[in-house]
Write a protein that binds this ligand. Structure first.
Ligand SMILES: C[S@@+](CC[C@H](N)C(=O)[O-])C[C@H]1O[C@@H](n2cnc3c(N)ncnc32)[C@H](O)[C@@H]1O
Length: 243
């Protein structure tokens, strides 16, 4: 597919197949490959038009591991459990198995960079996915950290991620648009723009770090002023202050 559409398609695929997405650029096109089972294959065929399928060796479960490289953000090393962080470097270890959030996506990286710039305090991670932002926040000195997600599996994984990293995160299932949310000094929300905007009118935080939308988009919500922005690979993340 054309490279311009590939970013959006990759984000959609990453949400559904966080562990197994491969991206290859060729001339003015990008080829996206998903390693999955028959059910996943059917989902991809129903969601996209230009799709082909091919059977791969039984060891495909391990092949995707080659594509998970560690990243740096906010002074932290964020990487998979089968790699070693550099000695002395604060690390966030995330198993990119089932929930969105390996740390490698530009929106996640930008959120971590911006979290590193704001005053520490209590934090609510809305739409926590794998829990990567919660653990990164804890590593950066935010406490207490509460993580919520509408997806029960994400909550399970966020708890596992927190345990594996030895940090305290209180994770529970909640729909950020419907359920009561705990008050926190800082909100971090890497979800899509429409949800971010609706969420902003429900929280009582002083600072919000938001992402999940493109550079051309900005959350607009009365009562919030933008004080910082980071753009990575066409994606944007903002720091908003409650007025
Ligand atoms: C793009 S992922 C972000 C994951 C992780 N925070 C990161 O930055 O890598 C968005 C997450 O928001 C969750 N989500 C979407 N809508 C939600 C809602 N209304 N309430 C709670 N969580 C929601 C999804 O289940 C998904 O795990």
């Amino acid at each position: 597919m054309p490279a311009a559409e590939a970013e959006i398609a990759a984000a959609r695929l990453l949400e559904r197949f966080p562990g197994g997405l491969e991206e290859r650029a060729a001339d003015d096109c990008t080829e996206l490959t998903v390693f999955t089972d028959e059910q996943g294959e059917a989902e991809v065929f129903s969601a996209f038009s230009d799709v082909s399928a091919e059977r791969v060796e039984p060891a495909w479960e391990d092949r995707w591991k080659e594509f998970h490289r560690p990243v740096s953000a906010g002074g932290l090393w964020i990487g998979p459990p089968w790699m070693e962080p550099p000695p002395g470097r604060p690390a966030v270890v995330v198993d990119p198995g089932r929930a969105f959030g390996t740390g490698a996506h530009p929106t996640t990286r930008a959120c971590v960079e911006l979290l590193a710039r704001v005053d520490r305090g209590s934090l609510l991670d809305a739409g926590c996915g794998s829990g990567v932002l919660s653990v990164a926040a804890a590593r950066l000195g935010f406490a207490p950290v509460v993580a919520v997600d509408v997806d029960e599996v994400a909550i399970e994984i966020a708890r596992e991620t927190a345990n594996a990293n030895g940090v305290e995160v209180n994770a529970f299932r909640a729909d950020v648009l419907l359920d009561e949310l705990p008050r926190a000094d800082v909100l971090v929300a890497n979800i899509e723009l429409a949800i971010v905007e609706r969420l902003l009118q429900r929280v009582a935080s002083c600072i919000a770090v938001t992402s999940g939308y493109l550079q051309s988009e900005t959350p607009r919500k009365r009562g919030w002023a933008r004080i910082d922005r980071m753009v990575l690979d066409g994606w944007a993340a903002d720091v908003l202050r409650a007025e």
